[in-house]
Design a protein around this ligand. Structure first.
Ligand SMILES: Nc1nc2c(ncn2[C@@H]2O[C@H](COP(=O)(O)OP(=O)(O)OP(=O)(O)O)[C@@H](O)[C@H]2O)c(=O)[nH]1
Ligand SMILES: [Mg+2]
Length: 309
């Protein structure tokens, strides 16, 4: 029998590069919300992949960026803390665009992580770039990094090179028994994923600034005797004007959001769902620490640590 390998893999990258899409693709099922808008992921979430000879525990993180409000600070904190104590760091970049300022900052942060932690630079979205343009693009990302990295190009949506990536990550993981049961795919509760899927539906349907000001709270989550899951949730927005947009004419928008979220939640849980949504204004909540806490985003105001080297 070969030795069993098991590793924690932090997936780091700026918003919208495809981190959550990659975790869903590697797991072969949807556990994380995904959308074309940046800052979709707001909390760290584990995606657990178990094969007969290895277990990879992916730590999906919020995209790192220059924050403009307190929620943004929380997102960066979540991402940065996920680097601690992992076995491998996977820096995911969008190969269809040159390195942005946020990428350079991430590269410099990664340059300060412990030398013993292997680093993988994965260039995603190669379906959007020609083979000739890819090589110099990879070099541009690589030179911004002051550390050696294993480089691999992938497409999370087209399933390209994902097996190779998986094997690489397994080979970099230590020999160790699995941490989680093989049936477990995530550490998030179904109700928290449901909240994220409702927010994802908002991100897909709403335009411009409105979706980023959306927060979701699950008020009731109960299984009824007939096997149906009953969920009541509140969609919080920052301003009165946004409330009208989310509800839409004659309640049309909220109905669409509810219906697409319900389908996703049903698919995840494999049982029928009754979803009831209401909309409330929580003024400027993204900048209000108390409101953030109530919605489950806690800023710890940790003191800055010195770089370890
Ligand atoms: N063309 C293409 N699009 C991709 C690929 N991977 C992800 N996407 C798209 O990129 C967008 C962002 O994907 P997410 O998985 O939400 O990105 P993320 O890095 O988790 O974003 P945050 O949670 O905001 O940090 C979605 O519209 C995905 O469908 C890829 O390989 N090719
Ligand atoms: Mg994400």
């Amino acid at each position: 029998m070969t030795d069993f390998r098991s590793g924690f893999i932090a997936i780091i990258g700026r918003p919208n590069v495809g981190k959550s899409t990659l975790v869903n693709a590697l797991l072969g099922q949807k556990i994380a919300a995904v959308s074309p808008k940046p800052q979709t992921t707001r909390k760290r979430q584990l995606g657990i992949l178990t094969t007969d000879h290895a277990q990879l525990v992916f730590v999906d993180t919020p995209g790192m960026h220059n924050p403009r409000h307190k929620l943004g600070e929380f997102l960066n904190q979540e991402a940065q803390e996920s680097l601690e104590g992992v076995d491998v760091i996977l820096w995911l970049v969008d190969s269809s665009v040159p390195p942005a300022e946020d990428d350079k900052q991430i590269a410099s942060l990664l340059g300060r992580t412990p030398r013993r932690t292997p680093l993988v630079l994965a260039a995603n979205k190669i379906d959007l770039i020609s083979a000739e343009a890819l090589t110099p693009r990879l070099e541009a990302y690589q030179t911004s990094l002051k550390k050696e990295a294993h480089v691999i190009s992938i497409s999370a949506t087209e399933n390209r090179n994902l097996d190779q990536l998986q094997e690489l990550l397994i080979s970099l993981s230590p020999i160790r028994p699995p941490e989680y049961d093989e049936e477990q795919v995530t550490d998030s509760y179904e109700r928290d994923i449901a909240a994220d899927l409702i927010r994802e539906a908002c991100l897909h349907r709403l335009r411009e600034e409105v979706p980023h000001g959306v927060g979701v709270r699950i008020d009731e989550f109960a299984e009824r005797e007939n096997g149906m899951l009953y969920i009541a949730a509140t969609v919080f927005v920052e301003r009165e004007s946004q409330k009208g947009i989310v509800i839409g004419e004659g309640g049309k928008m909220l109905k669409q959001i509810g219906s697409s979220a319900r389908k996703e939640i049903e698919e995840m849980g494999g049982r029928p769902v009754f979803l009831e949504l209401r909309v409330k204004v929580l003024k400027d909540w993204r900048n209000d620490e108390n409101a953030l806490r109530r919605l489950g985003y806690k800023i710890t105001n940790k003191k800055k640590r010195k770089p370890s080297r």
